[in-house]
Design a binder for this molecule. Structure first.
Ligand code: ADP
Ligand code: MG
Length: 449
């Protein structure tokens, strides 16, 4: 049975999603975001006040000829991973072993000591399992998915935590020093930290090891960020040191970009977050927050009796109950009555949804996710035109993260928005999923140094 929505009701719903609350990002807005983003990049590179930190990574892209055996340790927003990799040159990589664990609240909200002791123990187990306890001179690349201010390739001070981390005793400290101290405490003497890299930098290394046209990397997972290859002469704040190539990777820390118009829901989410006023772009785009924005919108519509006839507030009123994964599942349901949406809602103990409710929820998810893709495309366009204003050559963008990979339509909507922005020339932009980039890339960078 087709779902009937009255003209009045439809116009109320559309105005809720697209006009009053400004969830729709027009082409003109994308252009403005892109332009503002470029000028924030320039200010950040000059060392002027900017929402973008533009952190030099102390390393350039790999040549593809790096070779040897390396350990890669990857501390993401959700998982801790370790891999043993063999770089064979010519862009070839062999993976020898891998181990993964989800970090519990105990570690992500605990103390530096408990986190780093846990990491060192995890490394120790891996070395035993891989038969590497007696191997001397193991080089480790450490991917750390948080903003670090580096002063060399194997050192970096945590600027502040992002995502949901709030481990005490780490901000302002060198995370390599903390890791090495924990390794020593566990009696591990054969491992040294050769490189500390941000996950975007690792992803760019992984993408460009195989494809020389890859000069940008983007993360769209728990959080969001990007990095790119910049000319040293453009990094005005860089103290004049030379490098072999004259170029260096710059970690933009784009999650903190803040020249974007917020809705009342974004303001509410920001106010309740661990870091109000910071990571504004991240809060509109990444997996940690999309579900929560959708939930806040639903709560508002419930209160206005436009959803569930005003019911189910007790369930949906709970903070963070509505995950980004659910939005994926909801948008994937193309049935007229929202059959799977109903199953999902039942699982959440949301009672008595009508088909209209379910379709409205689907359009809420679409509004929130489409906005995320158009903002992502706009800031990516900012980076690309910063490097290559007339888009005269090919740029491969290495992308890592579950939101980009798994959210139905996310990748396609970014590409469509890039096409709106660049027309035919958008063919020069190739987005490529670079899985495990953050893991593999740390090993590659350990191989450069
Ligand atoms: P990390 O960012 O920790 O390195 P991921 O890239 O795997 O890890 O991102 C994990 C985040 O992606 C989760 O926090 C969740 O918000 C989101 N996510 C996971 N699976 C899906 C999915 N199927 N659809 C949409 N978002 C997802
Ligand atoms: Mg990751």
């Amino acid at each position: 049975m087709p779902v009937k929505i009255s003209v009045h009701e439809r116009s109320v719903r559309e105005s809720v999603l697209y006009q009053d609350k400004n969830f729709y990002i027009s082409l003109a807005q994308m252009r403005r975001i892109s332009r503002d983003f470029r000028s924030e990049m320039a200010r950040g590179l000059a060392g002027d006040k900017s929402s973008l930190k533009m952190i030099p990574a102390y390393v350039d892209k790999p040549s593809g000829n790096e070779a040897g055996r390396f350990i890669a340790l990857d501390l993401g927003g959700t998982n801790l991973r370790i891999l043993q990799l063999e770089l064979k040159g010519k862009g070839r990589i062999l993976k020898h072993g891998e181990k993964k664990v989800v970090l519990g609240e105990k570690y992500i909200k605990g103390t530096a000591q408990s986190l780093f002791d846990f990491i060192a123990g995890f490394i120790k187990d891996f070395l035993r399992e891989e038969g590497l306890e007696q191997t001397s001179g193991l080089m480790l690349g450490f991917t750390f998915s948080f903003p670090i201010q580096q002063s060399g390739i194997a050192s970096g001070i945590l600027v502040h935590w992002t995502k949901d981390f709030s481990v005490s005793g780490v901000v302002g400290k060198d995370v390599v020093v903390l890791l090495e101290a924990a390794l020593k405490k566990k009696g591990i003497q054969n491992v040294s930290v050769a490189a500390l890299v941000n996950d975007t930098v690792g992803t760019l290394a992984a993408g460009s090891y195989k494809d020389p046209a890859c000069d940008i990397a983007v993360i769209l997972g728990t959080g969001t960020n990007a990095c790119y290859q910049e000319k040293l002469s453009n990094i005005l704040k860089w103290p004049g040191r030379k490098s072999k190539t004259g170029k260096m990777i710059v970690n933009i820390e784009w999650g903190n970009f803040n020249k974007i118009q917020l809705t009342e829901y974004d303001r509410l989410l920001d106010k309740k977050s661990d870091n109000p006023g910071f990571q504004i772009l991240e809060k509109m785009v990444s997996g940690m927050y999309l579900g929560e924005i959708a939930r806040l919108l639903m709560v508002d519509l419930i209160k206005r009796k436009l959803l569930f006839r005003g019911g189910n507030l007790a369930v949906l009123g709970k903070e963070k109950i509505f995950k980004t994964e659910y939005m994926s599942r909801i948008e994937f349901d193309n049935s007229a009555e929202g059959v799977d949406i109903e199953a999902l809602l039942k699982g959440l103990k949301v009672a008595d949804s009508s088909a209209q409710d379910r379709l409205l929820i689907k359009s809420i998810c679409a509004a929130v996710s489409t906005r995320a893709t158009r903002i992502s495309a706009a800031v990516l366009a900012g980076v690309i035109t910063k490097i290559d204003p007339s888009l005269s050559r090919r740029h491969t963008v290495a992308v890592d993260g579950s939101v980009y990979e798994k959210y139905p339509g996310f990748a396609g909507n970014i590409e469509a928005a890039l096409k709106e922005l660049f027309g035919k020339k958008s063919r020069n932009i190739v987005l490529k999923v670079t899985k495990d980039g953050s893991g593999i890339g740390a090993a590659i960078i350990a191989g450069i140094v």
